[in-house]
Design a protein around this ligand. Structure first.
Ligand code: ZN
Length: 183
């Protein structure tokens, strides 16, 4: 049975730590990825970074439903099925499209907080997969957004950093209360 981890929330310093690179994909890393998928699904998330369960190492998982993988309702799919569930070890965004789009995002580490984030429409990511193989994939749309959100976590960046000043100001009290829970 996979282990379900508690999810770290805003105010915990681990969320601001740059993740340490993973030197080798071991059975422990594979087990951690499996537990992260289970933890993410239990929380109804579409992505989870290892920092969010208290491990500042460069591993994140993303899984989006097929229904999110179109630009318009009933439109053509944007990514092949094989990419809708990804475990990324040491991921790096090596190319970003000029085209950007805005969407309201949430984050499992920020319960009940959402805000609009503008991100590139597609990105090319270099990473190591769970077999230890180097990979390079270009992803589009919502999947690209989820990957960017998770890779941000590995760099110590959280989604509120992308919010407008006005949105951050509006959320100030709620963010403070969330952070104060750790004091
Ligand atoms: Zn997040």
């Amino acid at each position: 049975m996979p282990h379900i981890y508690p999810i770290v929330t805003y105010g915990d310093p681990v969320l601001r730590q740059p993740a340490a690179p993973i030197p080798e994909v071991t059975d422990e890393i594979r087990a951690l990825a499996r537990d992260m998928f289970a933890t993410m699904r239990r929380a109804n998330g579409v992505g989870l970074a290892a920092e969010q369960i208290g491990h500042p190492i460069a591993l994140c998982v993303v899984e989006i439903p097929e229904s999110y993988d179109t630009e318009t309702e009933n439109g053509p799919r944007l990514n092949p099925d094989a990419l809708l569930k990804l475990a990324l070890v040491n991921p790096k965004i090596v190319e970003s499209s000029k085209k950007t789009w805005k969407l309201s995002e949430g984050c499992l580490s920020f319960p009940e907080i959402s805000g609009t984030v503008e991100r590139p429409w597609s990105v090319t990511i270099e990473f190591t997969d769970l077999k230890g193989q180097p990979r390079r994939e270009t992803v589009h749309g919502f999947l690209a957004r989820a990957c960017q959100h998770e890779i941000d976590h590995l760099n110590g960046t959280v989604f509120i950093d992308h919010f407008s000043y006005a949105r951050r100001l509006a959320l100030k009290g709620r963010l403070r209360r969330l952070a104060d829970a750790h004091a």
